[in-house]
Write a protein of this length. Structure first.
Length: 131
C-alpha cells in the first residue's frame, strides 16, 4: 500500500580544510513509500534545497537546488540489516571552482556546474538485545 510523506532536513557544515567556514542547507520535499514488506522498504521523493555558503571567508552566496532522493532497507533477519540511500541535487546556477595558492583563492573553473551526488550504504548488525 503506497504512502505519501513530507520530509524536511536541516544541515550545517564547517570545513577548515576546504576553507568553508559556513554552509547551511534547508530542504523540504515530498516522498512516496512505494514498497513496504516485512523485509523490504523503499521510498522515492523530490525536494527543494536552499543553501547559504561562505567560502574562503570572503564569498557568501545563496543557491536553490532541485533534489531527487531514494532510500532502501532490507532486513535479512532480526540482527542484520542493509540500508542504502542516494540523492542527486542540481542547480542551474554555475559556481566557480577554487584552489588555494599562497593561502589565497584562485578560480580554476569559473563556470563549474553546480551539482552533488550522494550514495550511502551500510550493513548494520545487532550484537545483543540488552545493554
Amino acid at each position: 500500500n503506497p504512502t505519501w510523506f513530507l520530509q524536511a532536513t536541516t544541515s550545517y557544515l564547517r570545513d577548515d580544510v576546504k576553507s568553508i567556514p559556513l554552509n547551511v542547507e534547508q530542504a523540504a520535499g515530498v516522498g512516496w513509500k512505494f514498497l513496504e514488506r516485512p523485509a523490504d522498504t523503499a521510498t522515492l521523493g523530490v525536494a527543494a534545497t536552499g543553501q547559504l555558503r561562505e567560502a574562503f571567508e570572503s564569498e557568501r552566496y545563496a543557491t536553490l537546488f532541485g533534489e531527487i532522493f531514494h532510500d532502501y532497507t532490507h532486513k535479512f533477519n532480526g540482527r542484520l540489516t542493509f540500508r542504502e540511500d542516494a540523492s542527486v541535487m542540481y542547480s542551474p546556477v554555475n559556481r566557480a571552482t577554487y584552489i588555494l595558492v599562497n593561502n589565497r583563492p584562485v578560480p580554476i573553473n569559473p563556470d563549474a556546474e553546480n551539482y552533488r551526488i550522494r550514495l550511502n550504504a551500510a550493513l548494520e548488525g545487532k550484537m545483543t538485545d540488552h545493554l
